[in-house]
Design a protein around this ligand. Sequence first.
Ligand SMILES: [Zn+2]
Ligand SMILES: [Zn+2]
Length: 164
Amino acid sequence: MILDIRRIFENYAGPVERKFEADFSQDDFPGYEVPQKVEGMVSAVLEGRILVLTLRETAGITAPCARCLDEVRQEFLIERTYDIREGDWQDEEAELPFTPEGRLDVTQLAREEILLEVPSVLLCSDDCLGLCPVCGKRRPCGCKPQEEDAVDPRLSVLKQLLTD
Ligand SMILES: [Zn+2]
Ligand SMILES: [Zn+2]
């Protein structure tokens, strides 16, 4: 979705609000996917000489848990506010994705904010115990602790005798 910021400055007659949808299901994100449509809203309110732009979006992501690889589904509610001054779109270092004509690519902005918001390491739960190195299943798996941790000490003595 494209929002014509320059026109809002030129013909301001009150707050502007626009809903948008964005499909990022084919895009690359680091360690997760955004398989469903993202829904959001932008609003722009002129306060003195500053246009206060607010972006809100809900992004549902899926990712493998960093410890047990189970699928994690999580929703992120993202809200950001930006101050825009007239002519900001001509600034090559503008933080927002403007065209030189003063149009703002809201879809691209929504995508950038997901990248900033979603951590690249996600867990199915904070106390996920991860996978058992013995049986490969999610812990707790029923393996006895000593089987996971180390070789039985009696066996290691035997092993030493055999190698000496
Ligand atoms: Zn997990
Ligand atoms: Zn196990």
